[in-house]
Structure formats: structure tokens, C-alpha cells
Design a protein around this ligand. Structure first.
Ligand code: PLP
Length: 421
């Protein structure tokens, strides 16, 4: 066989990785790369950490895997307690999984089961934003508002009611406040049109990731959505798979605005890239109702295994003990200044947006009209390839349904130093 038997998505040939230390990776030809996107916004503590390795080895020496229906395990319990504490006890229950998509699936199914248990089985519809990304399994994909990913499966997936999220860069309203009011009004009308009583939950990313290039919502929008959910009696699910666990400078992104969801999902950085760990957090009342009706009809084999949870625990302890949230904040502001310098210097750097160490840069052909470059220009891929040639890894995305420009994410590990930024 001449070619590799491995396949992923379409893409260019890749160098083979040799090893990583701190914010750097080296390929087998000795070329050095600054990991400016923490892999897939997952290696939040950088590479080659001894403390995480030691915690994993210590757990491996005890036991790697036990099944959740046979044994309780101490690392799972400790990690769950940490996560609840990170929400200031606002979300009291934790369900472990191994990925972001699994976490989203779990939240969707728990929310539906909650209403079935509560005698409201007419609630069978979710609401999510366009654009958005919530994962690649069919349920999570059904929430995802990103046409190229949806297209091949649109006839067979469960699909949410898609509503537009705020877009402060392209908004044409008089000001931000008016924009938020209009977007909320449209959302309310779309929901009314299908019937309030049919809605299970609104699902959204408090800070968009790859789907929007770190597009931010803001406090008034989140408060408006929270009010709307309360008014129509549905749940609010925050997808913090990418923006959670410290990425924005607070443990969870929603804490930046003080608007609390009923369920929250996180993954990616939870295992800091050392092992897959994901979690769904939710209010106790939801779990109690579901348990009283016979239990949650859902689970994944590797969920909450000791090795995964010991890794997640070590990662969270490192963030806390090394005060890395402060570094996220300080280095984030430094990064923002640098990216804004690019924006001043180059007209095609249309927008720079983000929070903490989660920054998105949108490239446009015409900065006044904010016209995207044509999709055929493949700009996102070319910029990423050029950066890689220069030894910098960034996270690219192609234009969204022709509605936005090419963008890339700059999301380095929380451990990055001033000179590395
Ligand atoms: N939700 C968001 C916001 C994401 O960014 C992602 C992954 O990029 C997912 C869900 C899916 O996570 P995973 O790739 O771990 O299944």
C-alpha cells in the first residue's frame, strides 16, 4: 500500500509530529511550531506536562477502567465536585462523557426526558442559532447551524428550529442595543410561530468557536434569552465545549455575564488534550424528575472512567494552583492588542473579537461593505498553511453559508508567556 490507510476529512498532507513541550510542537523533520490554537482548542495546558503525566501514571498503577454501573470511583467523584464548585453550586449534578458531541447528545436527551417525566411530552423541539456548531453526531449535528456540515444529512437528522444569533460586526441596526432587541424579537416570533409549548430547550454557545470565529453574544442578549426560556417554560442549555473550563478567563464563559443555564456541556480542554473527558452539568431538579421516572436512558461505555477523571482533575488543579485564569486574562489582553494592530495595518483584517485566550479574526475583501472573499479563494486554508509554514498553528474555518468572511481562531494554551504571545 503506497498511501496511508488513515483518513479524516479532506485536507492537505500533514507533517508527522515528533513531540511537544510547553506551547511548542516539533515534527519529525525537526521543524518547530508554536501551538497557537492548543490543538483543537483542547491542549489548554500545553504539551509534555509532568504533573498530568504523573497523575495519569498514578491512576494507571491503580486501575485504568472500571464501569460506572459496577463501581463508584474516587477521581470521578472528585472531578464532579470540582465542576459543581466551578459553577458556584449553581449546577449541582454532573454526567460524564468522552467528547463534546456526546455531552451535547446527553443534554438533549436529558432535557427531553425531563419533560416526558414531567408530563409535557408535547415538548419535542429544540431551538439553536445559525451559525453555530454543536458537534458531529446526528443529534448534535441537528442543533448545528452550519450549512456545509448539515447538507448531506438534512433529510435524516433531527433538526432544531434555527434562529439568527446577534452579529455585532455585520449588524445594520442603529446600535448594539437595538440589534439585540431586534434579534430577540425575531427569535420570540419564530418560537411563537411553532408554539411555545413544543419547545424543550434553547441551545447556544455563549462565545462561538469555530462556527463563528469567536463571535460574542452579550449580557442583554443572554438575559433576554434566559427571560424567554423562563416565560415559555423551556430549558436553557449552554454549549461550553470549547469556551468552558477557563478559556475565557472565568471557569465557565457564562460567568462573564452572570446568566446561568439549566444545563451546561463542556469537553475539549477538560482533559487538556491528555485524555478525552467531557461533562454535562445540570440543575438537581431535572435529574430528580428523570430519576423518579425510572432513570436516565442514556450512557457511553467510557463515561467517567477513573483514568479520564484523574486526568481532568489534574488539569483543573493545575489551572487553579498556577492561577492560570489570571494568565488567560493578562495574555488575552496582550493578544487582543496585537491582533488589533494587525487590524489597523491591514484593511482585510475586518474584525477581531473574543475574550480571554479565545480570539477570532475575520478576513474580508472589502472592510466597508464587509464582503467576504469568494469561497473559491480558499483563503482560510491558505492563511493557515502560510502560518504553519512560518511555524505557527492557528485554527481555520471556511466562510459560513456565504454570510461571513473566512476566519481563524487564535487560542494558545493558558500557560503561554508574554514573549511567546
Ligand atoms: N460544541 C462545540 C461548541 C464545539 O466547538 C465542538 C467541537 O469543536 C463540539 C460541540 C463537539 O465536540 P467534539 O468534537 O469533542 O465531539
Amino acid at each position: 500500500m503506497t498511501t496511508s490507510p488513515l483518513f479524516y476529512q479532506a485536507g492537505p498532507e500533514m507533517p508527522e509530529v515528533s513531540h511537544g513541550r510547553g506551547v511548542f510542537l516539533w515534527d519529525t523533520n525537526g521543524k518547530e511550531y508554536l501551538d497557537g490554537c492548543s490543538g483543537a482548542i483542547s491542549c489548554n495546558l500545553g504539551h509534555g506536562r509532568q504533573d498530568i503525566r504523573d497523575a495519569m501514571l498514578a491512576q494507571l498503577d491503580r486501575v485504568a477502567f472500571t464501569y460506572r454501573t459496577q463501581f463508584e470511583n474516587a477521581p470521578a467523584l472528585a472531578l464532579a465536585r470540582q465542576l459543581v464548585g466551578m459553577t458556584d453550586d449553581a449546577l449541582e449534578k454532573v454526567f460524564f462523557v468522552s467528547s463534546g458531541s456526546e455531552a451535547v447528545e446527553s443534554a438533549l436527551k436529558l432535557a427531553r426526558q425531563y419533560f416526558v417525566a414531567s408530563g409535557e411530552s408535547q415538548r419535542r423541539r429544540f431551538v439553536s442559532l445559525r451559525p453555530s456548531y454543536h458537534g458531529s453526531t446526528l443529534g448534535a449535528l441537528g442543533m448545528t447551524g452550519y450549512q456545509p456540515l448539515e447538507a448531506p444529512f438534512s433529510d435524516i437528522t433531527m433538526s432544531s428550529l434555527k434562529v439568527s444569533g446577534p452579529d455585532f460586526y455585520r449588524q445594520r441596526d442603529a446600535d448594539r442595543e437595538t440589534h439585540v432587541r431586534r434579534v430577540l424579537e425575531e427569535t420570540r416570533n419564530q418560537i411563537k410561530a411553532v408554539g411555545d409549548e413544543t419547545i424543550i430547550a434553547v441551545v447556544l454557545e455563549p462565545v462561538g468557536g469555530a462556527s463563528t470565529g469567536a463571535r460574542l453574544v452579550d449580557k442583554a442578549y443572554l438575559e433576554g434569552i434566559r427571560r424567554l426560556c423562563d416565560e415559555i417554560g423551556c430549558l436553557l442549555i449552554f454549549d461550553e465545549v470549547l469556551c468552558g473550563v477557563g478559556r475565557t478567563g472565568t471557569w465557565f464563559a457564562y460567568q462573564q455575564w452572570g446568566v446561568t443555564p439549566d444545563l451546561l456541556v463542556t469537553a475539549k480542554g477538560l482533559g487538556a488534550g491528555y485524555y478525552p473527558v467531557g461533562a454535562m452539568l445540570c440543575r438537581e431538579e431535572i435529574v430528580e424528575a428523570v430519576m423518579a421516572s425510572g432513570g436516565f436512558q442514556h450512557g457511553h461505555t467510557y463515561a467517567g472512567n477513573p483514568l479520564a477523571c484523574a486526568t481532568g482533575l489534574a488539569a483543573i488543579e493545575a489551572i487553579r494552583d498556577e492561577h492560570l485564569l489570571d494568565n488567560v486574562d493578562a495574555r488575552g489582553r496582550q493578544l487582543q492588542r496585537g491582533l488589533e494592530t494587525l487590524q489597523c495595518r491591514y484593511p482585510w483584517v475586518g474584525d477581531v473579537r473574543g475574550l480571554g485566550l479565545l480570539w477570532g479574526v475575520e478576513l474580508v475583501m472589502d472592510p466597508t461593505e464587509k464582503t467576504p472573499f469568494p469561497a473559491q479563494a480558499n483563503l482560510f486554508a491558505r492563511v493557515t498553511a502560510l502560518a504553519k509554514e512560518e511555524g505557527l498553528l492557528i485554527y481555520p474555518r471556511r466562510p459560513l453559508d456565504g454570510l461571513a468572511g473566512d476566519h481563524f481562531l487564535v487560542t494558545p494554551p493558558f500557560t503561554i508567556s508574554e514573549s511567546e504571545v
